[in-house]
Design a protein. Structure first.
Length: 117
């Protein structure tokens, strides 16, 4: 799965927020929220459709993958590529610069306990 740049992510968020969305309305929203010309929007839409994230059929744009699933896959890919798939190594590196709050630790414990069940 390819990564999205910041502007592509903002455009994708518009789709995820409003889907199913008529392509004409999507273009208008991208113009308002991103200050894009229609040609830019259609180019980015085509690129994201070619990547298998969205589809534009009969003038309606819908997702082929949910936002949560996309970002989960991106996170997995990042940990795999950067930390050889080791989530503990990622958390150790992350917490060196950004200290975990007590609430963060409790939430992580709840997540881990959920996996144990």
């Amino acid at each position: 799965m390819q990564k999205m740049g910041a502007l592509e992510s903002r455009f994708a968020d518009i789709i995820w927020n409003y889907e199913p969305i008529p392509s004409g309305q999507l273009i208008k929203l991208a113009e308002q929220e991103l200050n894009w010309k229609s040609t830019t929007s259609y180019t980015v839409l085509k690129r994201l459709c070619n990547r298998g994230l969205f589809q534009n059929q009969k003038g309606a744009v819908t997702s082929l993958i949910s936002r949560d699933d996309f970002y989960a896959m991106q996170s997995e890919q990042f940990v795999e590529e950067t930390f050889h798939g080791s989530l503990p190594a990622f958390l150790a590196a992350f917490s060196k610069r950004k200290k975990l709050t007590e609430e963060d630790v409790m939430e992580l414990k709840r997540i881990i306990d959920g996996f144990r069940r």
